[in-house]
Design a protein around this ligand. Structure first.
Ligand code: HEC
Ligand code: HEC
Length: 471
């Protein structure tokens, strides 16, 4: 689609230097308020005891696939009813407008899927294109043919922009013990043309409301863009300006951390993935003469603020499945720390903003009356961007972020996602079929960690994987 006249999630470098200076000042002030409980990558911090309460009070003990669809346990009866309204607008199919039978009309004209859970399958990951929905292609610069994202579906009377095509590229990796690992990736394209694209798999929707409530200062505290501590790891915060009010925040959602607010991420998903306009993204999502005619005829917003808030609160209040740690996984965690995996996959954070309530998370943040609330959570990500090397890079920068930089993937729920070896799909384009493959693709700032992983003894590696599967 092509965004006419709006620029969402602008990177800071497009803003005035004055604003940039202000942001730095503000974050420095905020950073002073961080208490000693705040986590840093410094090795002198006391040893961390892992908790199975991965999402703090949002945790439920169920570790089945279905656990991703449950509400967090602290909702009142009334809040559960409101949550269920949000759920219906996220899970049931939207239809073409006008339709007299439903409030869920306004799909398209161009779209990728007709519901959130069409791609985030039962709130879990998306599918690879040969199996179903959930893989999207983003374009390095808005293209006159496809806009920022390829829409491969269209409502009747309109043409999809194109179809996702790919070539499979095999390679192998020999570890220090002489074991060979077969790796596979895909070179994605649109209709087999040479246009460079960035393929993204729909991520699991675990703990989104909690990540939304981590303060910018706590994320910034781990960033080290100039690698001043000389550990070879230089996480960079993705500083963005809000679509809603232009305020500056740290990006944290999406594989490139390009969205700083859950509410904005969801409004963008409605617009780009489903063709549904809202007060945040009002122009119709399409390209060409046909669409101009369509836009003129359809000036009404297709989702109201009230329903958009309901969907945000549904996603924000999903439960987090408990981890399954025991003595062996504590051993595995030590190896994880020794290999410096934890330098990017930050185990613990505290949410510091007002508690997530069943009102828009954004308005809760702004409201002075909202109670302050702290949850200790274990997302295993610093939410920062890292250079992950050439093998994981796209062909060109996308989302105004260098092609080789990716947000550290949160590892909570990893054991649930990687449980079925026939169906595991890890990393931004789902290329890795196992946890081991995902680690072997690490390069750039993570090259050293990867090499140390390949040098582990068989038993050490088993213990590390045992820990990762307990997440
Ligand atoms: C066409 C498939 C598709 C549809 C439909 C879709 N999403 Fe997504 N979603 C994705 C992909 C792919 C990403 C990763 C985007 C990126 O990295 O740029 C994503 C990212 C997200 C994220 C950020 C996750 C994270 O780990 O940071 C949230 C939250 C989200 N989507 C919620 C929704 C909601 C709510 C809806 C319905 C309004 C929705 N999505 C509809 C494919 C989809
Ligand atoms: C320099 C930072 C960095 C280090 C060090 C690092 N990772 Fe990662 N990790 C990332 C990033 C960034 C991604 C996402 C990359 C992508 O999708 O292209 C990722 C992805 C992953 C994934 C896939 C998760 C998913 O949801 O798809 C696993 C598993 C993983 N890392 C485990 C590890 C382990 C184990 C180590 C230590 C041996 C490690 N990582 C070291 C940054 C790092």
């Amino acid at each position: 689609m092509y965004l006419v006249g709006t620029q969402h999630g602008k990177p800071l470098r497009l803003l005035s230097p004055l604003l940039a200076a202000l942001a730095v000042l503000l974050s420095a002030c905020e950073a002073k308020q961080i208490d000693s409980a705040s986590l840093h990558k410094a090795s002198d911090s006391p040893p961390l005891i892992l908790s199975n309460q991965a999402g703090g009070a949002f945790t439920i003990s169920n570790r089945s696939q279905g656990s991703l669809q449950a509400p967090q346990p602290k909702l009142s009866g009334e809040q559960q009813l409101a949550w269920a309204v949000g759920k219906s607008f996220a899970t049931q199919a939207w239809v073409t407008s006008p339709s007299s039978t439903t409030a869920r009309d306004g799909l398209g004209p161009l779209f990728n899927a007709n519901s959130c859970t069409g791609c985030h399958v039962r709130n879990g990951q998306g599918e690879l294109p040969e199996k179903g929905l959930g893989t999207i292609l983003r374009l390095p610069t808005p293209s006159p043919l496809y806009g920022e994202q390829l829409q491969d579906m269209a409502v009747s009377g309109f043409k999809p922009e194109g179809q996702i095509t790919w070539q499979t590229i095999n390679s192998s990796h020999t570890d220090a013990q002489g074991n060979q690992h077969q790796l596979q990736r895909r070179q994605f394209s649109v209709d087999n043309t040479a246009a460079s694209v960035s393929a993204r798999l729909a991520p699991t929707l675990i703990g989104m409301g909690l990540l939304d409530n981590i303060s910018d200062a706590d994320i910034l505290a781990n960033s080290d863009p100039d690698d001043k501590n000389h550990d070879g790891i230089s996480g960079r915060a993705n500083i963005r300006s809000s679509t809603q009010d232009g305020t500056i925040h740290i990006g944290r959602f999406g594989w490139k951390a390009s969205q700083s607010s859950l509410h904005e991420q969801i409004a963008l998903a409605f617009h780009q993935d489903m063709g549904i306009s809202s007060s945040l993204h009002s122009p119709q999502n399409c390209i060409g003469d046909n669409c101009q005619a369509y836009s003129v005829a359809n000036t009404e917003l297709e989702i109201s603020d009230k329903l958009l808030n309901a969907v945000t609160n549904y996603i924000a209040n999903l439960a987090v499945p408990a981890a399954a740690h025991d003595a062996q996984s504590q051993q595995g965690f030590k190896i994880f720390e020794q290999l410096a995996c934890a330098a990017c996959h930050t185990p613990r954070f505290q949410t510091r903003l007002p508690s997530i309530q069943l009102v828009s998370t954004d308005s809760a943040k702004k409201s002075n009356t909202a109670t302050r609330h702290t949850e200790t959570i274990f997302p295993f990500s610093d939410l920062l961007l890292h250079d992950m090397g050439a093998a994981l890079a796209d062909q060109n920068p996308t989302d105004e972020t260098p092609a080789n930089e990716w947000r550290t993937a949160p590892l909570w729920g990893l054991g649930i996602r990687a449980r079925n070896p026939d169906n595991a799909r890890l990393l931004h384009d789902g290329r890795a079929r196992s946890i081991t493959e995902a680690i072997l693709w690490h390069g750039g700032e993570a090259e050293h960690s990867k090499i140390r992983f390949t040098q582990l003894s068989h038993q050490e590696r088993t213990t590390l994987l045992y820990f990762l599967k307990a997440l």
